[in-house]
Design a protein around this ligand. Sequence first.
Ligand code: SF4
Length: 246
Amino acid sequence: MPEKAKKAASKAVKTESKNSGKANPKKASNNESKKKLVSKTTAAEMMAGLCKLYPDADCELTFKNDFELLTAVIMSAQTTDVQVNKVTPELFRRFPTPKALAEANPDDVKEIIKATGYYNNKAKSIQSCAKDLVERFGGKVPKTLEDLTTLPGVGRKTANVVLGVVHKIPGWTVDTHVQRLSKRLGLSKNEDPYKIELDLQKLFPEQDWTKYSITLIWHGRRLCYARNPDCNACPLNNICPSSMAP
Ligand code: SF4
């Protein structure tokens, strides 16, 4: 990715959540690395509180099958699920299978997905992925983390979304929200997504990994914003080590 695009991408991540809280963002981020890790009991209490707050938490991308979800997740980088959901109906109407997408004219794909941003790279990624699905997996989306992560544009995060949401194979989706919240809640001190994933695996029962990932993502999108988390409205403000509620 060109330097200019990298800066823009990084800015997009940093400003992805608009909010109305009044807390000081510097105070929130500077103190997070000094926070102690919470116990397993407190971690369970936190997740119980969040599950109560978001009982309907679910993947916010719309899809009809694993191929559609895989493609949608790849396109969700540096944009919102809402934005991706605006382009996928037309994309999958025109190119409903890996073969159709792999063989599509790249300019047509770019034109359809333009609104998601970085459409040149994204078009390349989703078409390379579709091509690999056809050539190496008989046009089907593989059902293991090992195979999925060999596909272009597919890392553990994307693979775990597909496995967890479509195939009910539990996994942690360590995206920007899960990364931030893990630190704020004292669930992990690590920066590296894979190390965070391992910390979370140790803290929570395996059958809950997918549901808890989605719940943390919802909390990151709705209250625990990157800047100015709305601690006053958060039900965890009495147990969260980063709470700035009075
Ligand atoms: S109290 Fe809630 S909103 Fe505030 S930092 Fe903790 S989890 Fe986030």
